[in-house]
Design a protein around this ligand. Structure first.
Ligand SMILES: Nc1ncnc2c1ncn2[C@@H]1O[C@H](COP(=O)(O)OP(=O)(O)OP(=O)(O)O)[C@@H](O)[C@H]1O
Ligand SMILES: Nc1nc2c(ncn2[C@H]2C[C@H](O)[C@@H](COP(=O)(O)OP(=O)(O)O)O2)c(=O)[nH]1
Length: 226
């Protein structure tokens, strides 16, 4: 019997979590679970957790741990039959501990990207808020500038992707993520990838996962949710 595979991907804003998660999902047939997508779905469905989350997001804050775990852990319970990769969670040690109580992880991928690279990327990042689709005007531009490929709706640039807000955001990320990184290091499942380009990092991640996911059976595989 093959075992299901469970991984998380961590990294500062703009480090390529979403981009790399999509590649992993496509190449290895895992479900790509994005905490940001879960939050947006809950907001759209006006669930209790969604209504609470919205008040924080409107202020540009992280959603509190308790609200976040209440929103996310039931979704993971629906995934017991699948291998998955979780993107955007955990962001804090409390979240990592809650996740640890719910399931055993095989791998924690940590993206370590220089600050200047992050600033440059996020300066060019445009998003389609209703879907969470992300574009970069240089790396993966939309077909028509400023317009979402799928819906034809306008793209926006997030306030907190602007260079002035970014430095504070990255400092905050480092403070909060450090204990999470140490937590996974102590468990022996942390794999850190450092480079300025996703295309350089990707072959190394792919090689790692090829050794870790050799026996996933076809019934445990599934397409990405995106
Ligand atoms: N694990 C989490 N803990 C707390 N808040 C979260 C978490 N995941 C998502 N959120 C909330 O949902 C919002 C959207 O999340 P999402 O990951 O899509 O975007 P983001 O914060 O712009 O991340 P990044 O810039 O790293 O891509 C976040 O800004 C945050 O308020
Ligand atoms: N120039 C350049 N841009 C990249 C690279 N990898 C990802 N990007 C772009 C896509 C996005 O616009 C932005 C951030 O990527 P993302 O996948 O949304 O990151 P994350 O915030 O989910 O961690 O950077 C890359 O390797 N080079």
């Amino acid at each position: 019997m093959s075992k299901l595979f469970r991984a998380v991907i961590m990294g500062p804003p703009g480090s390529g979590k979403g981009t790399i998660s999509e590649r992993i999902a496509q190449s290895f047939g895992l479900k790509h679970l994005s905490s940001g997508d879960f939050v947006r779905e809950n907001i759209a469905a006006k669930t209790e957790a969604g209504v609470q989350a919205k008040t924080y997001i409107k202020k540009g804050l992280l959603v509190p741990d308790l609200v976040m775990t209440r929103l996310l852990l039931p979704r993971l319970e629906e995934m017991t039959k699948y291998s998955w990769l979780l993107d955007g969670f955990p962001r804090t040690l409390a979240q990592a501990e809650a996740l640890n109580s719910a399931c055993d992880l095989d791998v924690a991928i940590n993206l370590n990207i220089p600050l200047e690279t992050l600033k440059e990327r996020l300066r060019h990042r445009w998003i389609h808020p209703p879907s969470g689709r992300v574009y970069n005007m240089c790396f993966n531009p939309p077909r028509i500038q400023g317009i979402d490929d799928i819906t034809g709706e306008p793209l926006i640039q997030q306030e907190d992707d602007r260079p002035e807000a970014l430095v504070a955001r990255l400092r905050h990320y480092k403070d909060v993520a450090k204990p999470v990184i140490d937590f996974y290091k102590a468990k022996g499942i942390l794999y850190t990838f450092s480079d300025t380009e996703t295309d350089q990092i990707w072959p190394n991640i792919s090689t790692l996962l090829s050794t870790k996911i050799p026996t996933i059976q076809s019934d445990a595989r599934c397409a990405s949710t995106h």
